[in-house]
Design a binder for this molecule. Structure first.
Ligand SMILES: NC(=O)c1ccc[n+]([C@@H]2O[C@H](COP(=O)([O-])OP(=O)(O)OC[C@H]3O[C@@H](n4cnc5c(N)ncnc54)[C@H](O)[C@@H]3O)[C@@H](O)[C@H]2O)c1
Length: 361
């Protein structure tokens, strides 16, 4: 199957995203073509390294690169300044220089952490993203946001830092746990709603193939998601305006995630948030109800939550208030006008949000 190439247009920071099946084995050659042919430091976790490390290492050594492997334990709890600190020390010990590339081999956790380290070690060394989850391929590896968590600050210590290249090998999605795949699909469906009705229709008509991990379907959804995110990021690299539409479903979603003590996974919480936003839009006569029905149907068919688990609505609203998403009784939300079009508003009364969440129980 031919590889698809997506250009992320960011002036001097422009780079390509390659999407295809089996292309992890071409990493060495692609780095050579970019002039990154000196030393490669791979940052990964034991889970992903165990599955894909040998294939990557063979490709890099065949291209004449010296390879150093740095492992971080698996889990969000290791996306910290402490882990970054250990990596800085290991980079120095291994003789990493300004020209040494960091290769992030993993999901969004590794991508964010290794990206942050690449952005800050020696004030910036080349970064290569090798995303291995659906979420990382469609979302977190695109757009240059790198971050660590610190105490209560989730993703708030970080840097905007673009990779030199991103290589998304969709064949690796075969080993992904089902829940991770389902969660990633929430973000994919989000792209259809915020920007691309034909893509949403494609998802409706090809969901069975996607769930069966048909490679052509996976390649299509990863490539299309990457194009949409890349276009949005190209308009607003530093997240000052348009990029906010990527938060569709996330305002309520983050609050649900947090109030549930992270028992509701991110993708599931975003799904609940998207349903809430759609229902609010229908209630306010902004969107015809048929569009909300389509959204709820595809989310449910995907295996995502469309109703609220037993959580207190009041706690969810308080959480949003704490996150400063509520000002003077009004809440900032991304609302759909239709499948394919959304807008940002600061004008929704919390009472409406409360009512809709109450009806979603
Ligand atoms: N930078 C951004 O713009 C951005 C956007 C969204 C999310 N994020 C961040 O991304 C993180 C979540 O990323 P995630 O959902 O990829 O989780 P993750 O990185 O924790 O990966 C999920 C699990 O799947 C395993 N795994 C990864 N690839 C695999 C494969 N191919 N086969 C088998 N197992 C595999 C991982 O080891 C891990 O256990 C969060 O920290 C979040 O804040 C960042």
């Amino acid at each position: 199957m031919p590889t698809r190439k997506i250009e992320v247009r960011l002036g001097q920071n422009s780079y390509d995203i390659h999407v295809g099946s089996g292309i992890l084995g071409e990493t060495g050659q692609m780095l050579q073509e970019l002039g990154l042919s000196n030393k490669a430091v791979v940052v990964s976790n034991p889970t992903v390294w165990g599955l894909y490390g040998a294939r990557l290492q063979a490709s890099l050594t065949a291209a004449g690169l010296t390879v150093v492997i740095l492992e971080v334990p698996d889990g969000e709890q290791y996306k910290t300044l402490e882990s970054a600190g250990k990596l800085y020390g290991q980079l120095a010990e291994s003789g990493a220089e300004r020209s040494t590339a960091i290769l992030a081999l993993g999901g969004g956790v590794i991508g964010d952490l290794a990206g942050f380290v690449a952005a800050t070690y020696m004030r910036g060394i080349p970064l290569v993203q090798l995303p291995k989850t659906l979420l990382a391929q469609c979302d977190s590896s695109i757009g240059g946001k790198t971050a660590v968590d610190h105490g209560n600050l989730k993703n708030e210590i970080g840097a905007f830092y673009q990779p030199k290249i991103t290589i998304a090998d969709i064949s690796v999605l075969r080993t992904l746990p089902q829940a991770e795949l389902t969660g990633g699909l929430a973000e994919v469906i989000k792209y259809g709603v915020i920007r691309d009705e034909p893509f949403f229709t494609y998802l409706e008509t090809h969901l069975d193939q996607i769930k069966a991990l048909d490679e052509k379907a996976l390649e299509t959804i990863v490539a299309r998601s990457a194009v949409i995110k890349a276009e949005i990021v190209a308009c607003d690299e530093r997240d000052m305006g348009l990029r906010n539409i990527l938060n569709f479903g996330h305002t309520v979603g983050h609050a649900v995630e947090s109030v549930s003590n992270f028992q509701v996974a991110h993708g599931q919480a975003v799904s609940i948030g998207m349903v809430a936003a759609a229902k609010i839009a229908v209630k306010l006569d902004i969107m015809p109800s048929e569009h909300a029905v389509r959204l709820i149907k595809i989310l449910a068919k995907t295996g995502l939550l469309t109703t609220l688990p037993p959580l207190e609505v009041k706690d969810i609203i308080s959480k949003m208030r704490f996150d400063k998403k509520v000002m003077h009784g009004k809440i900032r939300l991304v609302l759909p006008r239709s499948i394919g079009q959304v807008f940002i508003t600061d004008d929704v009364d919390t009472a409406i949000v409360e009512q809709v969440l109450g009806e979603m129980k």
